[in-house]
Design a protein around this ligand. Structure first.
Ligand code: NAG
Ligand code: NAG
Ligand code: NAG
Ligand code: NAG
Ligand code: NAG
Ligand code: NAG
Ligand code: NAG
Ligand code: NAG
Ligand code: NAG
Ligand code: NAG
Ligand code: NAG
Ligand code: NAG
Length: 674
């Protein structure tokens, strides 16, 4: 009895499914962008005004190694197994690709993929957000795409072509725009608008691509060219599943550009023209059609269900041997370089290319022969055990970190007894140069200083909280903060950071005092680093940025050379702003200056528990939360090591607190807190 009702239920359910799928197939689908209601963006893509930025642009962080998708937020039934009916569709979109240098990458695609398809891991660069080194060329991808490729990979005709991709980034058909008469003067990545139509005719099975250079970027009355630039015969039923997702994807790698979509219209029409199905007849009675359709669907459902399970089981159970090898490699890093490549990049590690030397080796400037990209290459001195440790830690942990305020590791190489790490190259050097170098031109203005402080804070939040594992940097200081061309801060990873400094500064770090100024007292005492000790180092950097002084300043004998004690005392006297860097010549927001200094003091609190977390610090810097309580006198540390001999009177008149207007905290002064 129970069995029978289960069967009835099952049949009823199948009937509903059948009804629904036929309903779904009957209605035509269309959507248009803008507005953004029907569009879903993934993983790096985002809406900006009335456009979609498929990959990151300069306003949100690093442009490199970015993968973005914009897809229709619902499934699209493209064909029907039971009847063999195949839909026709037309997809029109307008895009702009702006190069960042004459050598930029990688391009944009319109694609059709299984509905549950997600951007594969490591699909940046030549894989255009659709494939990766392991999945490229595999039938089970079930992806068909039209690529607008702006980079010449080994398998591409040039860096300005359109291609049709079936399950692989290696096109089955291509056309080079550089030889196409009407496009001769313009390249895809010229920053101007291009309109493209990708049409598929379900009865003729022709996939056609039309392209129009549209520098006026108008969105209406765009004349569709009469003839396609690319036409390819393909029965989509052989390559993609019945229910699909349609989308636009783009990627960048070592070289990059921005990919903007300013309009996208798509429509899918269904002519349930059963005659187009090869093995169907229309002549049987209505009943037989319905029943056979029903049975067919049921069988297909069961089959799909079973096949899916088998498929996934198999995939889990039996990775291919070559894949394991690759996985092992790719578990390690973004790129394995060969020694020959890196040697060529640095002219056999010529002394002329040395950017800096440090404890574990030297850092060279290199130009990668494949892409002409400038990189920084750290060569770890042979036989250095510490260096080897550092190499392993960087390759296993640091290279997985991705944050706009961290210097990126691009690759690695261990061959012929050499240990080499490849980083992005930041031409403008380290923060300390801009704060301490006496020259006026190099002096960083206040606005930039403040945003550098915020940048370092968000990098530390990422290390401490946002990444899978907590990472303690242990060596935060101004000389390891590098600046990119927009003066955005990038925290150097352990070793590199130390060696990128100028020789002059590098020698100073070996002096105990120089490093000690940044180290938290409890770290010195116990030797154990924690996120609190990083916070303390951040405090020292914040004061460096605000005051333009090293944490240990030899002109401050009265305060045991310690900038923290000096600033704390000025604050007690209500003269906090006297500590501001003289080189700024008063060109700063006194409000921000005070906040940054107070944050510096707060983070330098001798008691690690009294220090804020980096997240709290950033909130304070961004004025999202008030300053917590800070005692007027510098608390006496419990660790003998940095005993502060200062014995200030505990003043009850609070000139400083009275002079405050905006700091709204009841936590701002001693009296208010009591
Ligand atoms: C897709 O977009 C429509 C708006 O057209 C919205 O109503 C719907 O909730 C969205 N669906 C999903 C799954 O996001
Ligand atoms: C973009 O590429 C063109 C041609 O290769 C080059 O002239 C131009 O300088 C590049 N744009 C930028 C911003 O580098
Ligand atoms: C390719 O993508 C698949 C699916 O995301 C993933 O399992 C695989 O590890 C990726 N391969 C590489 C080399 O990243
Ligand atoms: C591009 O297309 C041309 C002409 O169809 C063909 O000869 C060539 O092999 C293709 N090149 C690549 C790299 O696919
Ligand atoms: C390309 O530019 C040249 C010189 O500016 C011009 O003579 C030619 O007509 C242009 N070609 C096209 C197809 O616009
Ligand atoms: C497909 O091609 C056929 C034959 O050229 C044509 O009659 C039909 O209108 C086309 N269908 C669509 C949707 O364009
Ligand atoms: C997209 O479709 C809408 C509505 O059908 C239309 O108003 C708009 O002009 C179309 N845009 C483009 C770029 O074709
Ligand atoms: C269907 O029936 C018609 C006449 O009713 C006949 O002309 C046609 O050949 C039949 N088609 C098939 C595929 O049997
Ligand atoms: C680099 O060294 C190799 C062998 O040591 C030599 O053959 C090659 O010419 C050198 N290249 C340069 C650019 O010095
Ligand atoms: C790199 O630059 C050299 C000379 O500057 C040039 O000959 C070469 O074609 C460039 N290579 C690439 C991949 O752009
Ligand atoms: C400091 O500034 C001087 C010019 O005043 C410049 O020559 C020197 O290279 C700078 N030092 C650093 C480390 O940037
Ligand atoms: C580097 O800094 C200088 C000023 O010191 C600035 O003019 C330049 O734009 C920065 N960027 C690069 C890439 O040099």
């Amino acid at each position: 009895m129970a069995k029978r009702s289960a069967w009835t239920l099952f049949l009823f359910f199948s009937l509903i499914v059948t009804l629904f799928s036929s309903v779904e197939c009957a209605g035509n689908i269309s959507f248009s962008f803008p507005p953004q209601t029907d569009i879903k963006v993934d993983p790096d893509a985002y809406f900006q005004g009335d456009t979609i930025q498929l990959t990151r642009n300069e306003f949100v962080g690093d442009l490199g190694w970015s993968v973005g998708w914009a897809t229709y937020n619902q499934s699209v039934p493209l064909w029907e197994k039971s009847s063999g009916a195949l839909a026709s569709f037309t997809s029109h979109f307008q895009f702009l690709i702006r190069n960042s240098s004459s050598n930029s990458a990688d391009g944009l695609t319109f694609f059709i993929a299984p509905f549950d398809f997600k951007p594969p891991a490591n699909s940046w660069g030549e894989w255009l957000g659709l494939f990766n080194l392991t999945t490229d060329g595999i039938l089970s991808n079930q992806v068909v795409a039209v690529e607008f490729d702006t980079f010449q990979d080994s398998f591409d005709p040039n860096d300005n072509h359109v291609g049709i991709d079936v399950n692989s980034a290696v096109s089955v058909a291509n056309v080079s725009l550089s030889s196409e008469g009407k496009f001769l003067n313009n390249t895809l990545k010229n920053g101007q608008a291009w309109d493209s139509w990708v049409d598929y005719n379900g009865s003729t099975k022709q996939l056609q691509v039309f392209l129009l250079y549209n520098p006026s970027a108008n969105l209406y009355n765009i004349p569709k060219p009469r003839s396609p630039i690319l036409s390819y015969h393909i029965d989509l039923r052989d390559y993609i599943p019945e229910i699909v997702t349609v989308g636009l994807s783009a990627s960048t790698g070592l070289a990059f550009e921005t990919h903007t979509v300013s309009a996208w219209n798509c429509s899918c029409t269904y002519s349930l023209d059963i005659s187009s199905a090869p093995s169907r007849t229309r002549n049987s009675s209505w009943k037989i059609i319905l029943i056979s359709l029903f049975v067919c669907l049921l069988v297909i459902c069961c089959f799909l269900f079973i096949a899916r399970r088998c498929y996934f089981k198999q995939r889990e159970a039996r990775p291919e041997e070559g894949d394991i090898e690759l996985d092992e490699q790719f578990a390690q890093g973004p790129f394995k370089f060969s020694y020959a490549q890196l040697s060529a990049a640095t002219h056999n590690f010529s002394d002329d290319e040395i950017l800096g030397r440090g404890g574990f080796g030297s850092v060279y400037r290199g130009i990668l022969p494949t892409t002409n990209e400038t990189v920084a290459i750290k060569r770890i001195a042979q036989g250095s055990r510490q260096g080897r440790k550092e190499y392993i830690s960087e390759v296993t942990i640091i290279n997985k970190l991705r944050h706009r305020n961290l210097v990126r590791l691009l690759g690695w190489c261990h061959e012929q007894g050499e240990l080499l790490l490849v980083y992005e190259f930041l031409p403008n050097g380290s923060l300390d140069k801009y704060i301490f170098n006496g020259s006026k031109e190099d002096c960083l203005n206040w606005q930039r200083r403040y945003s550098v402080a915020c940048g370092i804070a968000s990098a530390l939040i990422y290390l401490h909280e946002e990444w899978d594992q907590r990472v303690v940097h242990r060596d935060v200081k101004a000389s390891i903060v590098l600046l990119d061309s927009n003066f955005k801060a990038k925290l150097g990873d352990f070793g590199l950071a130390r060696v990128v400094e100028s020789d002059h500064a590098a020698s100073r770090t070996t002096m105990v005092a120089g490093t000690r100024g940044y180290m938290a007292p409890e770290y010195i005492e116990s030797g154990k680093a924690s996120s609190e000790s990083d916070v303390c180092s951040f405090g020292a950097v914040a004061l460096e940025i605000a005051c333009g002084r090293h944490p240990i300043d030899y002109s401050l004998e009265e305060y045991d050379l310690k900038v923290v004690a000096w600033v704390w005392d000025l604050r007690r006297q209500g003269k906090l702003l006297d500590a501001a860097d003289k080189k700024l010549e008063g060109n700063f927001s006194s409000w921000e200056m005070e906040v940054l200094m107070l944050v510096g003091l707060l983070c330098s609190h001798p008691d690690p528990k009294a220090r804020p977390t980096m997240r709290e610090v950033l909130k304070i810097l961004e004025f999202d939360s008030p300053l917590p309580y800070l005692p007027l006198n510098m608390p006496v540390p419990v660790y003998a090591d940095i005993l502060i001999s200062y014995a200030g009177s505990s003043s009850t008149s609070l000139p400083y607190a009275k002079s405050k207007r905006k700091i709204s905290g009841p936590l701002m002064s001693d009296t208010e807190a009591r």
